[in-house]
Design a protein around this ligand. Structure first.
Ligand code: KG4
Ligand code: ZN
Length: 358
């Protein structure tokens, strides 16, 4: 069975095709067309500009995705319906509806946050690993959430950011420091080039809400603290490579400290068996390395899952996988059922929901 996934939730236009064969998922193609260059000029994503780009890109991306695949073989379409930028979401949904009409195949609506979590399950065998209950940390440009997961499809949101998301903080700080957009990778590269021996300015930032007895986050104060420090420096210092590198290192570490501390605390409190990461910020090498290191030293015997980097940032393979997991009761192993499952009867009525919750 072939599943086509579509994601247009933010500034990446992505389409992927997965095949389910012998109870295994195989990624046949996964194309992501990034609008980064377009939005870099503005230092952030402009929804209506992004919408126009999606409209332009979708047919091109579909062509690339199906280059070596017979499109009539598609059995099912998964499309992100939220959360995300509403005009962008609609582009993907309307495109999915046209395609569904043409191919006479149903659509499964997909929650983007769940898709970030299920990016860890692209290897179909993962679900056999006795992982649940698990604590999921979804860290992206739009979200920072801690989610208690009891199984695929069974989630409880236990905490989230009260203001900016971690990725948003990376993006805003990078803009202050003149490092470009998207800020997360720009900051990570800047920090990687810092030679520890040359540390001398030592800017110090807070670790917001780290010891509070809840599972929420707050990152907007961090950005403000960077701004105040930046303004207080002389022109010469704030333009110096060493200041920019040290500030980038400190902000990255402040974000990592809070994310790791609160996630491990939640894992202990809920006595889970694993920690699962997802979202663009989970592509951060230092976050991945320090998470693994902390879990080793904590002797909690927790399993630690994080997707390959290309499946941390937005992609449609995770959307197709999510659609697959939601339909498996109806579709697996390889044949279509005589009557579609409850999701599928009314797929024509699928709507965008910019603030969809898990
Ligand atoms: O999941 P994603 O691609 O889109 C959303 O759903 O928001 O996440 C994008 C965010 C951006 O804020 C970007 O700066 C951040 O993920 N990001 C990173 C890294 N790669 C992407 N942050 C830190 N380190 C990275 N290597
Ligand atoms: Zn995302």
């Amino acid at each position: 069975m072939y599943i086509l996934g579509i994601d247009t939730s933010c500034d990446d236009t992505s389409i992927a095709i997965l095949e389910i064969k012998n109870l295994k998922l195989e990624i046949l193609s996964n194309v992501v067309s990034s609008q980064v260059k377009l939005h870099a000029k503005y230092g952030g994503v402009y929804p209506f500009l992004a919408k126009r780009e999606h409209q332009k890109n979708l047919p091109v991306v579909l062509k690339k995705t199906t280059k070596n695949i017979d499109i009539s073989k598609i059995d099912l379409i998964g499309v992100t319906i939220g959360p995300g930028l509403e005009p962008c979401l609609w582009q993907g949904i309307n495109f999915a509806k046209d395609l569904a009409e043409k191919l006479n195949k149903p659509i499964v609506p997909v929650n983007h946050i769940e898709a970030h979590i299920l990016a860890n399950f692209l290897d179909y065998q993962t679900r056999q690993r006795n992982l649940f209950p698990a604590i999921c940390l979804v860290v992206s440009g739009g979200h920072t959430q801690l989610i208690l997961m009891r199984d695929i499809g069974k989630y409880r949101l236990i905490g989230e950011t009260r203001d900016d998301a971690a990725g948003e903080c990376f993006d805003k700080v990078a803009r202050i420091l003149g490092l470009g957009y998207p800020g997360g990778p720009a900051i990570a590269v800047t920090v990687a080039n810092l030679k520890p021996k040359t540390y001398n300015l030592k800017p110090k930032l807070p670790r917001p809400m780290i010891y509070q007895k809840n599972y929420d986050f707050s990152f907007s104060g961090l950005k403000t603290a960077v701004l105040y420090d930046f303004r207080s420096r002389s022109q010469k210092i704030k333009k110096s490579k060493i200041y920019i590198q040290e500030m980038a290192a400190e902000v990255q570490q402040a974000i990592i400290d809070v994310l790791i501390y609160k996630t491990i605390k939640a894992a202990k409190d809920f006595r889970v068996k694993s920690i699962i990461l997802g979202g663009g910020v989970a592509a951060n090498d230092e976050l991945r390395r320090q998470f693994a290191l902390n879990l080793k030293s904590e002797i909690l015997n927790l399993k630690f899952l994080v997707p390959p980097k290309i499946f941390c940032t937005d992609n449609a393979a995770m959307v197709a996988a999510t659609a697959c997991f939601h339909q498996e009761d109806y579709y697996l192993p390889t044949t279509l059922p005589p009557s579609a499952g409850p999701y599928l009867k009314n797929w024509q009525k699928i709507k965008a929901n910019a603030s969809l919750r898990i």
